[in-house]
Design a binder for this molecule. Structure first.
Ligand code: HEM
Length: 134
């Protein structure tokens, strides 16, 4: 289990106090850093899918970092279904780093070394977890 669930929670809380909806920022960053992903989303109704994908991913991250009661299982499940959408595992897991980078930019000075370390540990654990599922 991640040793610092509170720091992961805190990073989302601080971001929420600065920005009501992370969705546009996260997808802007995803499409800038990985332009090939833009065409993967359907042309109609993709706003709902993107919002839902992000909300479910954040729920899974918080559960994975914390008590692992259930929602974290989405990560293993989606790594397999995304393979079917043409999203290889290496690309799939970059979404977590894109979320981290979005929070880091939003938090500015409040992105502490402790928060950075908690995220590094979390991303390494998610990587290992997704590798087992793939
Ligand atoms: C860069 C990485 C990723 C790409 C390019 C990607 C791409 C996509 C695409 C194209 C869809 C829509 C499929 C459709 O139109 O039916 C989708 C849906 C979804 N994705 Fe991702 N995905 C990524 C990462 C993730 C991650 C890390 C998770 C969660 C662990 C996730 C969870 C979901 C879920 C739950 C849906 C269904 C949303 C809904 O309709 O309710 N995705 N993804």
């Amino acid at each position: 289990m991640n040793p610092s669930p509170d720091l992961i929670d805190l990073s989302f809380e601080l971001a929420a106090s600065r920005c009501a909806d992370l969705t546009p920022l996260v997808y802007q960053r995803l499409f800038t850093t990985h332009p090939e992903t833009q065409a993967m989303f359907r042309s109609q109704g993709s706003e709902l899918v993107k919002g839902s994908m992000l909300a479910l991913t954040i729920e899974a991250i918080l559960d994975f970092a914390g008590e692992r009661r259930g929602p974290f299982r989405l990560i293993a499940c989606e790594v397999v279904s995304h393979d079917g959408y043409g999203t290889p595992r290496e690309l799939f897991i970059t979404f977590f780093a894109v979320i981290r980078d979005t929070l880091r930019e939003l938090l500015g000075d409040e992105w502490s070394p402790a928060i950075a370390q908690a995220w590094d540990a979390l991303l390494a654990e998610i990587d290992a977890f997704a590798a087992i599922a793939a």
